[in-house]
Write a protein that binds this ligand. Structure first.
Ligand SMILES: [Ca+2]
Ligand SMILES: [Ca+2]
Ligand SMILES: [Ca+2]
Length: 410
């Protein structure tokens, strides 16, 4: 019992001596001065921020004229007083949402996260400031804002929004960086299309673009390339068939052999992942009045949200212009529903197609692609593209009709 008492007394003495070592905040002249200047202390936290084993004081104060600030304090060298290492003044028009003391930089030292709200009546914005110690210097290592879209809530009921995935609105801190620091992701834009010709008009959100900030030697730096998130997932094609394939027929049969032709542009080249290879029908064997088509089959019943169709011959840089351009084609699903797409008349599409967007391709001058959006919940075993109309290329002798690549998405 005596020994135990001794230990307890020693412990109390040690505590007292340690407490004597560093002056308590409230008895410091810094604190008295602060109160004298009519500062109101709203909160007071202790955290190790710079790695010297002495905790810093994080204070939230209301200064004169209702101006609020965060202060990070360190003890003076003689440990008899406190000094301000940094002051972050909350900007006019902003209010404190919350603050957090957490390590976001991955160095096991606490950082101060100040979340602010834009108080303007017609704005809904969030603002984040991160204060951290880099070596012995306390500084602001990140400052960024995000404004929530106002469309939500007040959106027109006559319009429909099909959102194929989630865009994380706000300022997102993600544990994605390998060095242990958190990555900051802020949505920059949505990848969307708007079709005004449908009843009701429809907006399809199929992806998002985020600005990415990474912690690099003492500061959060914005990455040059944003993070692009695509909600569409590619669908594998199981089989491809075409009404004909452009072939080279030998003029003479080999002795005793058959007239064997060499296929130049097989159907499978329309979905081989290579823009430079294409399917071409063999128009010389086509029956009069019949249309050429190519049919893509999936591995069973498949949900299809969109497809990209890249027409034109792009095997060489100058093969696009001399060859034929497909200006009208139909898309037929396994249940027989069919819709025709006419270049430049995209409002004329019907079920199962919701809308079409044409965009230029970078490979060759003049080249373009059709991005075709299907109605919601479209399911099919196959997609057939029927060539309805072509515009002859400048090569009058033997122009080809090509489909370079077709991609499907679910
Ligand atoms: Ca410290
Ligand atoms: Ca840290
Ligand atoms: Ca190809």
């Amino acid at each position: 019992m005596r020994e135990l008492c001794f230990v307890i007394v020693a412990f109390i003495i040690c505590q007292y001596l340690y407490a004597q070592d560093i002056v308590p905040l409230k008895s410091s002249s810094y604190y008295k001065e602060l109160l004298k200047k009519k500062n109101e202390i709203i909160s007071e936290d202790y955290a190790e921020m710079d790695g010297d084993s002495v905790k810093e004081v994080v204070m939230f104060v209301s200064r004169e004229k209702d101006k609020k600030s965060f202060l990070v304090l360190k003890t003076t060298d003689d440990k008899k007083n406190y000094q301000e290492m940094i002051e972050y003044k909350i900007k006019e028009g902003f209010a404190l949402e919350k603050y957090e003391i957490d390590d976001v930089t991955g160095d096991k030292k606490a950082d101060l996260l100040i979340w602010l709200r834009d108080e303007s009546p017609d704005e809904n914005g969030i603002h984040l400031v991160i204060i951290s110690a880099y070596g012995t210097v306390f500084k602001k290592i990140f400052e960024g804002s995000y404004y929530f879209s106002k469309v939500e809530g007040s959106s027109n009921l006559m319009e429909k929004v099909i959102q194929y995935g989630e865009i994380k609105e706000g300022i997102n801190l993600a544990d994605e960086d390998k060095n242990g620091s958190k990555e900051i992701l802020i949505p920059r834009e949505k990848k969307l299309v708007y079709f005004g010709h449908t009843k009701p008009p429809v907006t399809i959100v199929y992806g998002g673009v985020y600005d990415v900030y990474r912690y690099k030697s003492g500061s959060y730096v914005k990455e040059d390339s944003p993070k692009v998130v695509n909600f569409f997932v590619p669908v594998k094609v199981k089989g491809i068939e075409a009404t004909s394939e452009l072939s080279l027929r030998p003029k003479k049969a080999k002795k005793g052999g058959d007239l064997e032709s060499e296929v130049l542009n097989p159907a499978k080249w329309a979905a081989d992942g290579n823009i430079g290879s294409s399917w071409s029908p063999d128009t010389s064997v086509a029956k009069k009045g019949s249309k050429e088509s190519i049919r893509f089959e999936f591995d069973g019943s498949q949900a299809v949200k969109a497809m990209i169709m890249i027409p034109g011959c792009m095997d060489t840089e100058d093969s696009w212009e001399p060859n034929n351009k497909i200006t009208a084609f139909s898309v037929r699903l396994s249940n027989g529903t069919e819709s025709q797409i006419i270049r430049g008349k995209y409002q004329a599409v019907s079920s199962p197609i919701l809308g079409v967007v044409e965009s230029a391709r970078a490979e060759t001058q003049g080249a373009f692609q059709y991005m075709i959006f299907f109605e919601e919940n479209t399911v099919t075993y196959s997609v057939e593209i029927i060539i309805d109309k072509i515009e002859k290329g400048s090569n009058k002798k033997s122009p080809r009709t090509c489909i370079s690549e077709v991609l499907f998405f679910q």
